[in-house]
Design a protein around this ligand. Sequence first.
Ligand code: GDP
Ligand code: MG
Length: 598
Amino acid sequence: MDQSKIRNFSIIAHIDHGKSTLADRILEMTDTVQHREMVDQILDSLDLERERGITIKLNAVQLKYRAKDGEEYVFHLIDTPGHVDFTYEVSRSLAACEGAVLVVDAAQGIEAQTLANVYLALDNDLEIVPVINKIDLPSAQPEVVKEEIENVIGLDCAEAPLISAKTGLNVEDVLEEIVKKVPAPSGDPNAPLKALVFDSIYDSYRGVIVFVRVKEGRIQVGDKIRFMNNQAEYEVLECGVRNPKEVKLGALECGEVGWFAASIKSVQDVSVGATVTQANNPAKEALPGYRKMNPMVYCGLYPTDSAKYNDLREALEKLKLNDASLQFEAETSQALGFGFRCGFLGLLHMDVVQERLEREYNLSLIATAPSVIYHCYMTDGSMMKIDNPAHLPEVQRIDRLEEPYVKAGIMVPNEYIGAVMELCQNKRGIYKDMHYIDAHRNTLEYEIPLGEIVFDFFDKLKSCTKGYASLDYEISEYKKSDLVKMDILLNGELIDALSIIVHRDFAYARGNSITVKLKELIPKQQFEIPVQAAVNGKIIARTNIKSLRKNVLAKCYGGDISRKKKLLEKQKEGKKRMKAVGSVEIPQEAFMAVLSMD
Ligand code: GDP
Ligand code: MG
């Protein structure tokens, strides 16, 4: 293959600006996918992605395009997710490319993630090809948006294609721009192999399937390869590309993006960002890897059936292969037994992981309320990192607590500035700055505790701006806060998995709302159950769950045995998502009740 005819690019955009739709059109127009096989968002291969209409995992496909110059080009298109939780996936795919198609919605203009993604692309030295999408919409203002891109980002938009990814209008111009603007890969095909691992999945028959971008040299079937980070060696049994179905080839050439399988059974051997080389003719230096992402949010995951603990461990190990940002370690809870403390990039990430574990690995799980990492400075001068509120030491030993703050940039139309400021205030935000984007929109800058952002900030922001605000944030620093641990007691018993860390000023209000919520969520039992919230051993809120007036089974006394059985089965069904904690049955929702703010 002629290396000068290869183009590797990603599509980047704010969520919903039309990345996946554009990818669909490109696949269709290059006849990569036959029309009858076409489904919307074809690259979103996880069921979850389709249902939620969002892209979570990156995906790479090879397609061929005969350009107007008469030459045939080979494109490798890598689709990327848009949500702030998945920035990590985006930066990984960008490292495998030379260019990025920047999609901007002609009716919405630049949004927070448009900028965040542009910065990532610039960090990776990519050529950016701006494209204005959705010009079929009556509210589209392509000329205004072009100007906005030139002013805010400083990209020349004179030749930016004005397209409708939905109808296919002018999409061909995008392909021509890619040929013209995105540089061909520059690696040396005769140098020793250097291939960047940017993703992997586990296949139960073939072991780990490794996705790579060949930066130098080539990989072919039969090669003995070595992972440069841990020296593990394997023989390549299969390799190829996806289009998006798997296509087997004899080799992957310099500049190509594809996959190989080498009967790798130990999932720990493959890590994203690693460099693969030839065992017999190794490269001297590895490629620069990826920045390691630190989880922002932690929660406990426990199997509802304790016997499934090992299944959960295996599932987490396999999922981690496909999701390098996932972290976990074993933990035990007095209330919930054996489980794992897992770290996530954000709440959406946490949700997605939990759902993938349940669907793809057939597990039933209890997740505890998410928590950020607190820094606990002790009176003896040491510092403990606390990712589980239950582990906070007794108050006498604590000198002070610090919590992570983020620097948040919120793009908002002028008429909602007041509402957003009020929201930020309620979330303990510290106002920093405000600047104009254009006559109609501003960017507000705040410092806000991450603990407030991860709960319901995003939803609240959307609802108080009718969906017109967009948010981007990065971790800034730890600051001292007046925080206390709040414990929840059921029937006089402290339930460690329900403990949370709250700001002292909000403790009473939160204590009240949580106890009321728990009362709603926990089913009545044979006896009355007091529900209490306590700070430093002092009860600050209390309600009671009344006892059942009658034993449901009593009705069946002497009666129809099958009806009794049915009742018992029904109860069992309802118990699927329950965990018996001491004498009380607690449903999954109760563990999330501590998040309720109202
Ligand atoms: P992504 O989040 O960037 O991947 O966005 P999607 O491709 O999933 O598109 C988000 C929504 O915008 C979907 O409902 C698409 O049908 C719609 N959409 C995408 N492109 C166009 C377009 O050119 N015109 C119109 N009217 N809608 C579009
Ligand atoms: Mg998408």
